[in-house]
Design a protein around this ligand. Structure first.
Ligand code: ZN
Length: 492
């Protein structure tokens, strides 16, 4: 009989507790990127926020099915159902297939997420791979009378829906205010009402991303994909739907309307939104010149950056604010995060070197509980970090001989750092970040070879000593003999 791999245990950073096959499920859907450009700070924040939630729920023993979609069709330049498809436009400029644009930026997105130690979701569905499900959704809404066809396109009838339900329930907006602020229709418009939104768009002749449907050759409206794919992978009702606060209106408002109009009730139990990142107090925007990609942060290659910032500095910087508050980027703020993080990592390194005393004069008990309390309080990562800084102060006092710590407390602190800083907040130290644990093991293996060579030299076994040196040199290592032994570096 074939035994199940029980893949939920391989998805988390945390090895304990072991999650049994029958553990309770949590369904979590997060709106992913539209892949037509490089990921920036605005992408890093939801990815990191929901990564922490994913890991924490897994740590609590849930089987979390985390779905994060890839928008590769239907996201128009002007979100109000107008303009060119963002991906098609890029494909036209680059003279490539739209899916080449998608794959190119998706690979780069994954690379940036990996660098920041963001775990991949359980399922990463593409909108373009779920056209059938989206057509099915549009049919249901039409059948229930909350949509109408116009010139081959299908629009959601917001006013009709609002008579039976409430449009604006998530954002707190009212349809009367929306009607007052939207432009009047010019009579040529296919929509009956300016607040209506597209469920299906008939493609113009020059539009290259198109699929057949009962209404026209065209493509789904942007809001359809999350409703259709959420239902497909998480069922008609699921626990958590997340994304950036900028998605509350219209995207998530429209998702609720689509769900209610198609199945009679909302699919989502809890909505969770991360706040925005500003740059020197200003909103990020391409036209403002303050649009810095993650790669530019990692390499320092943007005129606004005074230096390069490591992926872990970016991660720590984001975690130092509660996900619901705004974060303002500045060089100063990132440099402070960089210093703070190295203080924590240094303290963790010192922990292993401290000598235990019979008794503790530092207060270690309760830190674990306080960290749990903070995470249970709406994922309050900055409070977890402040408790770890308190522990850092204790570690440094013991190191300086001002305080004492018992063996038991030492072990507790080590476990608290392992659990909260590394497993749950997902911080990696520099050696691990440079290439995972394999990098560390690789370094140790070379050290071991050089130690064998030292031994051979001491035994006047020149053949072995030369063989190790020559073969390592051929592989690109530079070996330097010093009084203390041998040093090496890899020239590649
Ligand atoms: Zn979405």
């Amino acid at each position: 009989m074939e035994h199940p791999l029980n893949i939920y245990n391989t998805l988390s950073r945390k090895k304990e507790p072991f999650i049994p096959l029958h553990a309770p499920h949590v369904g979590m859907y997060v709106c992913g990127p539209t892949v037509y450009g490089d990921a920036h700070l605005g992408h890093a924040r939801p990815a990191i926020t929901f990564d922490i939630l994913f890991c924490y729920l897994t740590h609590l023993g849930y089987k979390v099915r985390y779905v994060r979609n890839i928008t590769d069709v239907g996201h128009l330049e002007h979100d109000a159902d107008a303009g060119e498809d963002k991906i098609a436009k890029k494909a036209r400029l680059e003279q490539v297939e739209p899916m080449e644009v998608v794959q190119y930026y998706l690979n780069r997105y994954h690379k940036a997420m990996d660098a920041m130690h963001v775990l991949p979701p359980s399922i990463e569905p593409h909108a373009s791979g779920h056209i059938i499900e989206q057509i099915e959704l549009v049919k249901n809404i039409l059948d229930n009378g909350y949509a109408y066809e116009s010139e081959g396109s299908v629009y959601f009838d917001v006013e009709k829906y609002n008579k039976d339900h409430r449009y604006g329930i998530l954002s707190g907006r009212h349809i009367e205010d929306m009607l007052n602020t939207t432009r009047a229709l010019d009579g040529q418009d296919e929509k009956r009402n300016p607040v209506d939104f597209a469920l299906w768009k008939c493609a113009q002749p020059e539009h290259i991303m198109r699929w057949p449907s009962p209404w026209s050759d065209g493509f789904p409206g942007w809001h359809c994909e999350c409703t259709a794919m959420g239902k497909k992978y998480l069922g008609k009702h699921f626990d958590i739907h997340g994304g950036g606060m900028d998605l509350i209106f219209p995207h998530h408002e429209c998702e609720i309307a689509q769900a209610v109009a198609s199945q009679g009730d909302d699919m989502v139990k809890y909505w969770m939104h991360n706040n925005m990142i500003t740059v020197n107090g200003q909103k990020m925007g391409k036209s403002l010149g303050n649009f810095i990609t993650l790669e530019e942060f990692f390499t320092g290659s943007h005129p606004m950056l005074e230096q390069a910032y490591s992926p872990m500095t970016i991660r720590f910087f984001i975690l130092q604010a509660h996900y619901r508050s705004t974060v303002d980027f500045s060089n100063e703020a990132l440099q402070a995060s960089e210093k703070g993080l190295s203080r924590l990592l240094e303290a963790y390194g010192n922990l292993k070197k401290l000598n235990a005393s019979d008794t503790s004069s530092v207060h270690v008990k309760g830190i674990r509980e306080k960290c749990y309390e903070a995470l249970n309080d709406d994922l309050n990562s900055p409070v977890v970090i402040s408790h770890l800084f308190d522990a850092t102060r204790s570690i440094n006092s013991v190191k300086d001989g001002k305080e004492t710590i018992s063996r038991e407390d030492l072990e507790e602190l080590q476990q608290v750092f392992d659990l909260f800083l590394f497993d749950l907040l997902g911080i990696q130290d520099a050696a691990t970040a440079a290439g995972g644990n394999s990098y560390e093991a690789f370094g140790k293996a070379i050290d071991l070879l050089l130690a064998i060579r030292q031994q051979a030299k001491a035994n006047k076994d020149w053949a072995t000593s030369d063989q190790i040196r020559n073969e390592l040199t051929t592989l690109g290592f530079e070996i330097k003999d010093t009084k203390e032994g041998a040093e090496w570096k890899l020239n590649k």
